[in-house]
Ligand binder design. Structure first.
Ligand SMILES: [Zn+2]
Length: 139
């Protein structure tokens, strides 16, 4: 079961965007921690089970293969202040999200449904169905 926090586990096309995001946040005085990058199918299945067949609240609507994390195109982050993840600081997440967008990432804080303040992705205009059919990002 793989649930990586390593940028090196992202798609080679996405890695430089993640690095640019972290660098630009730092340049703006914001430390960010990457909390999740690539997840394998087994790890996604375990997440999907939460709130369904496993205890706790639901944390995702994505089954294995339906999350961009499974395709190495997404990462989650948290802004860090004085060593603590600022999960509830919406304004700080918005600043980070704007920075993510400025380096070419899609920020899920912008989404109308299933808003995720901590989630960024780059899909290169491809869909999950494209990836499931064997397509991938151009390097
Ligand atoms: Zn995510």
């Amino acid at each position: 079961m793989i649930n990586s926090r390593d940028i090196a586990d992202l798609h080679p096309r996405v890695q430089p965007l993640a690095h640019a995001f972290i660098a630009k946040c730092a340049a703006n005085g914001i430390d960010v921690l990457i909390t999740s990058t690539y997840r394998d199918a087994e790890s996604q299945a375990a997440l999907y089970a939460k709130g369904r067949t496993a205890p706790g609240p639901k944390v995702t609507n994505a089954k294995p293969g339906q999350s961009w994390h499974n395709w190495r195109c997404a990462f989650d982050f948290a802004p860090i202040v004085n060593g603590k993840a600022m999960w509830n600081d919406t304004a700080l997440f918005v600043r980070c999200g704007q920075i993510a967008e400025s380096v070419g990432l899609e920020w899920a804080g912008r989404w109308k449904s299933f808003t995720e303040m901590a989630h960024c992705q780059y899909t290169g205009g491809l869909t999950l169905a494209d990836f499931q059919a064997g397509k991938t990002l151009k390097a």
